[in-house]
Structures are given as C-alpha cells and as structure tokens.
Ligand binder design. Structure first.
Ligand code: RUQ
Ligand code: CUA
Length: 653
C-alpha cells in the first residue's frame, strides 16, 4: 500500500514540476516565436473558409461547440444538455421537453465525448452523438441543422463516461457506466459495494434512416468502473472494448484503494454475439423509467416519452461474448487503430502504453487459454494478447488517435506532451510539449478507418499563462499541430469553451454543402404557427392567452395587444416568416422570467409570460435584423385582474 501512495505522490510531484509556474518561459523557449510559415498555415483569409469542422465537447457547459480548423475560430455553440439563453433552448415551450429526465427537468449536464456517425467505418457526416455524463443521457445532433434532435436517458447507469462511441455502420451508439451502482437502484449500505454493485454497458440502436435511438440491450457487468471505450473496426468490427479501473471494487478512498491491482482489465465485448442472443429471445426485461426526447423538425417541437422497460443480459449466459484483457495500471483511454488490429490501453499510473492484438486475442479465445475468471467472465493471459509496449518515457498517458500513415499519437497528462509512435514497431518518433496537461487529442477522422491526418489538436486542461488573465479561471486551451511531416509542429493556440473532453473533426466539404439555410414555412406543422400576417390573432382560453404572432423585417404582427389581465398566462407563439439564410428574429418582453427567443426563418417558438403588474409593456426584436430593427417593437397592455377590457390587437393597418 505504501508503495502505491509513494507512486501516486511521485507522479503528482512530477506533474507539479511540469505544470508549475515558470512554464511561460518553457513555452516560449521551445515553440519559439511563430515563424511566418507557421502563421500562414493557420491563416484563413477574410471570407475564406476553413478546411475542417471541429466539434468540441463542452464538458461542464453541457454543450457542443463548433470550430474551424486550422483557424481555431469558433462558429457556433450547439445547446445539447444545458439551457441556452442565446437561443432560448431549454426555455422555450418547444424545447423544454428535451431536458426532461426520470429525475424531472435537468437543465444542465456535463458533456463528454462527441462522435460522428459512420458508414463502412468512415465518417458519413449525418449525425454527431454526445453523452451527458452526470444524468446519463445520449444525444443525437443533426449535422444538417446543427440542432439537437434527440436525447435518450440511460437507466441503470451513473457517470455515463465510456460513451458515446459509434460502431462502424452506426448500428449502435454505445454508453458505459463509470460508476457501478445497485441494479436496480435500492437502499443498501455503501460498504457492501463489492459483489453487489454492477456496471451497465448499454447498446443503443440507431435507426439507419432517421437516426432514432432505442436501447437494444444492456450488459450487466461486474461492479468495476468502465472508463472509456471504442468499437472494433475492419477485422474487429463486431467487438467493442472498454477500459476498466477499480477492479478492486473499492468504495472508499479510491485514489489509493483502486490503485492496488497491478493490472485492471479491458473488457472485450462481442456485441454481434449478444445481438444474436437477444434477437433469439435472450435477455431479461427489467422495469425501468427513462426519458426519450425527440425533436420534430416539422412541428419545431420536442416531445418527451417515459419508457418503462429495458432489456438486460447477463454476460455469463452468453458464452464467448465477453472476455477480460489484463491491462496495467488503471487504464483510461481505450483506442483502436484504423485497421482494427490494435487495442491500446493507456494506464494512467504507468509510463508505458499497452497494445493488445486482436488476432492474438482471438487465438487465445479459440485456444481457451484463460487465466482464471472474474464473476464468471474469462480472463485472458496478458502475455497471450499483448502485441507490444511503447516505452514512451512520458507520464500519465490518456488518449490515442491515429493518422493515415500507421502512426499513433498519445497524450500524456502528467508530462504535458503529445508523443508520436509507430504502430507495429512501437518506436517513439517524436514528442512535443503541450501547454499544459493535455487530456484528449483529435485528428480529423482519427478514430475511424480513414483518418484525414494533417492536424492534431491537443485539448489541454490547464491554461495558466497562455492568454491574458481573466480572473481565477481561464478558458481551456487547444493547440493545433501540423502532423504532415515526420515531426509535429506546433502552429497555434486557441481557447475552447467549457472543458472539451474529446472532439470530432471532419472535412468541411462533407458538411458545408448540406447545411440547412432556413426552414420552409410551407412545411411548418406547428399547431400555433402563423403562416401569414393575416393569420395573426389573439385567443383567450380562460386565463390562457395565445398570441399567434408573425415576424418579418421589420415588424411584429400583431404589434399592439390589449385586454390582457394580471394573472393571465400569455403564450407568445412567434413565427418567423423570413425565407432567407441567416435572418433570425428575436423576441423579448419586459419581465419575462424565462428567457428571450431566437426564431429561425420558417420556425415557430413559444415563451410564456405571466404579467404581475398593471401597465403598458413593450416587447422587441433582440437580433439586429435590418436597418429598421430598432423599430421592430410593440406594446402589450396589462389591465387589473377584474377589468373587463376586451381582447384587441392591431395588425399594423
Ligand atoms: S475523459 S481527459 Cu472524460 Cu474523455 Cu479523458
Ligand atoms: Cu427582427 Cu430585429
């Protein structure tokens, strides 16, 4: 035990060395002032477009941000798991259901790993998935509208971290639990964790046409922590690999107690076998309660449905479906190379990288060469599955990505560097410092069969002196390196929003041409849509007042409304009549307790306003839409609760 404490302390002491003050000089010293050719490599001239899109997870912001590479310019924040005042997402009546869960309305989450849908192991640019880590959920975002279209909650899960990675033809998006829990949840002593808590690995099917998600099955695994995962590809398509830690099943002081075992496991799951088993009627239906939220583009409205059942499977009921590969020192990243042959486990507390061979694994399974079992799951022999070890010389390896030339790039958190090494020979080719404490990294297409190479982006956890200080917290810092040559070259730093845990990059030409410009008004099926100014009206239904409002440059119809009373609940249903690219209108009314709206062309959005004071109150457009934007305004008169003023409104005649 003591030895382990010293090891941990030693590592963090070393970390302090690398992340301590004084690093400013190191930064300037080793990268040098950017030479002009480096500057040219990231310079995208005014009006020119970037070569790649980069989707950065927002971490504790709960969202997803879109950047251009190589410029590092941020284009958009896509709200996913968190309310977003900028557009009214999660505030408007149409989008509130997106944040519904079995715990009620959850307006925030911690988003982690974005992954783009694939066909034949290559990025197809249809959707991007991302996981909510805190209240376990998986979201699907359209890469034509860049809007969140669907969120499914994951029951029996907690700390949804080894997620959301897609199989080679987007058959499944996979979600694994980081924290094991009692399944089903129940009241029990925490110290009875060992042998009683379990970890669910969820396989969520993706409808090939519309992308709709459904939990096909959950594998109920032993009570370890399932940290990260990646699908097999090519020859290993049909398998999925998960790193585990805390195979000790410690429930207290994990920092020490879950670092006891010399090796934890990579769990190898033959999901095709499990799929066959459940298709033949295998598995047990378990009562559950989880939300499935779907946004309908034609009504511009989300609905939330509670699902009541999930299909669970016990891995020991399916011989040949699940195996454990011993992997040193609490592995974090679990990455599979583009050929599908190598499975890389990065032991956080190790200096070396462990690379397993898929062929060796299959041979060992066929030869039944097991080294015991854990809860009935066969453990393969480390030596039998090992393909090689990278003697990196770095400390704290986390994540690995790949280029198209047979090279791998691994981040080292503690020694703050990216190390480039060769698959098959395991030799280190190059290493470059990062500023500082890099977590994930991303190469466009770098976790598919077809990496695009060219750049690697390091997603650093600590920023410190890289930018002008802005108080105690700095935005995280990404760094882009040119990887087209033998040696990596640092090109540029740029800030990212929230804490990017992973990112996904894709050539711009695969997305830009199909990006939605506006929604067709004639396709708008919203029940409160106002399809022309002449349809504008105000309707009272008891204390509810529905305002069917249309907007077009530069007026609201109706613009003046009377007959509303204190105690009413006023619904502003705002339809944007524009049929042109990039002309949203905003809507804000004084004293609104939710937010404003930002309504895209052809769209209808609703906010509720509950006036508490008598008076004449203005509303206006918040988005500077035309030269007469400032004139885009109106008034709503609020009379005492007992007044008998009739509803009336003006249509600008
Ligand atoms: S984690 S810094 Cu959430 Cu992906 Cu490894
Ligand atoms: Cu519409 Cu400003």
């Amino acid at each position: 035990m003591k030895k382990h404490i010293y090891l941990v302390m030693g590592l963090f002491g070393f970390a302090a060395l690398f992340t301590g003050c004084g690093n400013g000089n190191q930064g300037k010293g080793s990268s040098g002032a950017l030479n002009s050719s480096n500057a040219e490599k990231v310079y995208v001239a005014p009006g020119e477009h970037d070569e790649f899109y980069a989707f950065m997870s927002g971490g504790y912001s709960g969202n997803l941000t879109v950047y251009g590479l190589p410029s590092g310019r941020m284009f958009k924040e896509i709200p996913v798991f968190s309310q977003f005042p900028t557009s009214g997402y999660g505030y408007s009546e149409e989008t509130k259901p997106m944040l519904n869960t079995s715990h009620g309305f959850v307006p925030w989450d911690d988003s982690h790993h974005p992954d783009i849908s694939q066909t034949n192991g290559e990025l197809d640019g249809r959707w991007i998935f991302i996981n909510g880590n805190n209240t376990p959920r998986i979201a699907r975002i359209s890469l034509t509208t860049f809007e969140t279209e669907e969120i499914i909650e994951v029951p029996n899960s907690a700390g949804n971290h080894s997620s959301s990675f897609v199989t080679e033809n987007s058959e499944y998006v996979v979600a694994g639990t980081r924290f094991s829990v009692p399944i089903p949840q129940r009241d029990m002593p925490i110290k009875e964790y060992k042998g009683n808590f379990q970890g669910a690995l969820s396989f969520i099917s993706v409808d090939p046409e519309h992308g709709h998600m459904d939990i096909k099955f959950q594998i109920i695994m032993p009570g370890f922590n399932y940290d990260l995962s990646h699908p097999g590809r090519g020859k290993s398509h049909g398998w999925f690999f998960f790193t585990t830690y805390n195979t000790e099943e410690a429930s207290t002081l994990q920092e020490v107690n879950s670092s006891q075992n010399d090796k934890d496991f990579i769990a190898a799951i033959n999901w095709k076998k499990v799929e066959e088993y459940v298709n033949n009627g295998g598995g047990t239906k378990m009562a559950a309660n989880y939300a499935h939220n779907v946004y309908d583009e034609s009504t511009h409205t989300a609905t939330s449905t509670m699902k009541k059942e999930v299909l669970t499977v016990n891995p020991i009921d399916i011989p040949g479906a699940v195996f454990f590969l011993p992997t040193p020192k609490s592995p974090h990243g679990c990455d599979v190379d583009p050929t599908g042959q190598y499975i890389i486990g990065n032991g956080k507390l190790s200096a070396d990288l462990t690379i397993h061979s898929f062929d060796n694994m299959i041979a060992a399974i066929e030869g039944k060469k097991f080294d015991g079992e854990a809860y009935g799951i066969p453990i393969l022999k480390f030596e039998d599955v090992l393909a090689g070890t990278v003697k990196s010389g770095g400390l704290g390896p986390l994540h690995t990505e790949f280029d198209a030339e047979g090279n791998a790039y691994t981040t080292f958190f503690i020694s703050s560097e990216v190390v480039k090494w060769k698959l098959g020979t395991w030799e280190v080719i190059d290493r470059k410092p990062t500023y500082y404490s890099v977590g994930h990294l991303m190469i466009p297409g770098g976790n598919s069969r077809k990496p695009f190479g060219k750049y690697v982006v390091a997603l650093n956890k600590i920023t410190k002196d890289r930018y002008l200080p802005v108080g105690p917290e700095m935005e995280h810092s990404a760094q882009i390196y040119d990887i087209s040559g033998e040696k990596m070259e640092l090109l540029y730093d740029f800030p990212t929003h929230g804490e990017p845990h992973y990112a996904a990059g894709i050539p711009a030409e695969l997305l830009a041409p199909k990006s939605t410009k506006f929604y067709k008004l004639s396709d708008n099926k919203h029940p409160y849509a106002t399809l022309g100014a002449a349809d504008s009206k105000v309707v009272r239904d008891g204390k509810d007042v529905h305002i069917y409002m249309s907007t077009i440059r530069s007026h609201f119809t109706p613009d003046n409304i009377e007959g509303v009373k204190v105690g009413d609940k006023v619904y502003f249903h705002v339809t944007n009549q524009e049929q042109d690219f990039d002309v949203p209108h905003g809507f804000a009314v004084i004293g609104a307790n939710t937010s404003e709206l930002l309504v895209m062309p052809g769209q209808t959005k609703t906010i509720i306003w509950e006036p508490k004071k008598v008076g004449v109150w203005p509303f206006y457009c918040t988005d500077f839409c035309s030269a007469l934007h400032q004139e885009m305004q109106g008034y709503i008169r609020v009379s005492p609760a007992n007044s008998n003023i009739d509803l009336s409104w003006s249509l600008g005649e």
